[in-house]
Write a protein that binds this ligand. Sequence first.
Ligand code: NAG
Length: 367
Amino acid sequence: MGFLQNGRGLASYLVMPNTFQARRFIVLGSMVSLLLLIALWNQFSVDGPTRPAGTRLAQGPSTPTGKRPNPFTNPLDEVRQTPASIRQDPLCSFHPDTSKIAVVMKTGATESFARLPTQFMTTLRCIPDYLVFSDRKETIAGIQVMDTLDAVLPKAMEGNADFDLYRVQASCAIDQGPCTSALDRAEMGWNLDKYKNIHMAEKTWKMLPDKDCVALLGDIAFAHGGSGYLMSRAAMKDLIGGHPGLANRYDEDMHNYCCGDAVFAKAVRDTIDVNVTGVWPTINGEKPFTLPYGDSHWCHPIATMHHMSPEEISTFWEFETQFYADEAAEASRKDADKFVPSPSSPRISIENSSPPDFFPGATTGTT
Ligand SMILES: *[C@@H]1O[C@H](CO)[C@@H](O)[C@H](O)[C@H]1NC(C)=O
């Protein structure tokens, strides 16, 4: 254990120590799956000192709202979880509060059903506000997946082979698999993917304007992966809020570029004169089983890793969840006098400083 620890050394490691306090910033890295953004976020909390592990318990959840939101009619039904519902989820009991972060996933209809269910059950489970953008509007077990490309200029789509897959998907009357199985889905999905990035940022700004930070993450399994980046609220405000119609300005030229994240970086620089900054290894190209040992990769929070399979995401999330519980138990042992769980709940309290064993039999135990 240890590499998740909120080491004080992180701040001096990162290129921009007080990144989240800086007026505007953007960081970029190659990634596919969101992991432990939370650990990163704790480093940069703008609300003062990082909360010690376990304080979430002591906050005491408010009583569950009597009315259960209807996921099919709620106007914000793209955002399924609410802080209240997460507080009632035992597995989220020890996850840090990420309600100030908008987590934005990018995917495509050729793989959304293969990849997103795992994300919903794990990585996104304890995130209060996330949005999922794709190249087709669909629901996955009631969770909304939005069509990012419905805002692309029609004249940029017309006669543009990059949108062939988009059109096939839209006209498919049955499940997507048979409709696209004869196509080169990887190639066509990749060509379509780059049109999404700036539109995603615009839609996110419109739907979740009050977040301190926006994490835009790819979940694309193509050869070179997607990319992800973090945007501060100030950067979003300047870039998107201050420049209506920005995404449409890039629609027609997009076919000349390889990748959506590169164009996004260009748009940020051209529009608000902010450069992308790398924060390796917080955003890195490894995954748990390829992470080298040594100072370079360990003892730093990790926000995302690369090309994580659903199995790896699940394994890692089990580890992460147990890790937070163990940390809370450790904190309560050290600080027994001050640690007073709220009587009104939560459902899980740490009796005698012994953490709950969330995943008995799992191969990911941390003890
Ligand atoms: C961004 O990078 C470019 C090219 O390296 C440089 O010319 C420019 O001054 C940088 N802008 C800022 C705001 O740092």
